[in-house]
Design a protein around this ligand. Structure first.
Ligand code: IPD
Length: 267
């Protein structure tokens, strides 16, 4: 218990400092530094600089732990713990000046593989809105100083659903087709552009469910802990844990109904 509190304090301290740097760089103007998996999958100098800051701080504070970041890769540790870092989740929002992006930092136990790890603590902070979401194993989920909970169960026609799209064009076409058939069956769909915040919005009861395919571990590590601690079922298909294949987070009753519908729609 004490250990996860200390780990969460570190996640929050580092994310706050990293968020301040990202916001400073945003106010100075942002340009694309390179594209990655496809021309729409971009990285800015600010992503790299922010990750370097986070990596340096964690190396000083927790030299024995492993690190796995979106921009600078992985390094194993000796403690059995690994820090999962997305320095700027919602990079496209960040590039365009849409104030909905986040620094996402989680610490997990076990191999840095979402299918087997145990999420211990996570912090997702949006420097543009000033909102910071946190959770640690067994300690509930928090927005600032207020405890947050997943929304009560609703029927799917009353459910507001968050989703996201991968960067590859083939996968996007499939995801767009599923979204098109889902839309008439639910209250509405949101594509807000930042997976970590999508999960935090489910945790805070701002949306009823979130699903996405093809997420990377750093996209969901912290948000998944926060959603889980807020009372959401956070899962993959069937009995599988959430991972690259599929991620669904919602009140357990909504999750069961949505998973069934998504399967029917071929998601
Ligand atoms: C992306 C965002 C987006 C999600 C993509 C992610 P990035 O992360 O979280 O909402 O739909 O799957 O890759 O590239 O902005 O760090």
């Amino acid at each position: 218990m004490r250990v996860t509190r200390e780990l969460l304090d570190i996640a929050r301290t580092v994310a706050t400092e990293a968020g301040a740097l990202a916001a400073r760089r945003r106010s100075e103007g942002v340009e694309v530094a390179a594209s990655k998996s496809s021309v729409v999958d971009i990285v800015t100098e600010a992503d790299r600089e922010t990750e370097a800051l986070i990596r340096g701080m964690l190396a000083d504070l927790r030299p024995q732990d492993g690190f796995f970041g979106e921009e600078s890769g992985a390094e194993a540790g000796t403690s059995g713990l690994t820090w999962l870092v997305d320095p700027i989740d919602g990079t496209v929002n960040f590039l365009y000046g849409i104030p909905h992006y986040a620094v996402s930092i989680a610490v997990v136990e076990g191999d840095p593989d979402p299918l087997t790890w145990r999420g211990l603590a996570g912090c997702v902070t949006n420097p543009a809105s000033g909102e910071t979401f946190t959770a640690r194993d067994g300690g509930g989920a928090w927005l600032g100083d207020s405890e947050i909970h997943v929304a009560d169960a609703v029927e799917l026609p009353q459910a507001l659903i968050n989703t996201g799209f991968a960067y590859g064009s083939e996968m996007r076409a499939e995801q767009g087709a599923v979204a098109g058939t889902l839309l008439p069956r639910v209250r509405d769909i949101r594509r807000l552009g930042t997976a970590s915040l999508d999960l935090c919005f489910v945790a805070a009861g701002r949306t009823n469910a979130y699903f996405e395919r093809n997420l990377s571990p750093w996209d969901h590590a912290a948000g998944a802990i926060i959603a889980r601690e807020a009372g959401a079922a956070v899962k993959g298909r069937g009995d599988a844990p959430a991972g690259r294949d599929f991620m669904l987070a919602a009140h357990p009753v909504v999750a069961a109904a949505l998973e069934e519908l998504l399967e029917e729609l071929g998601a």
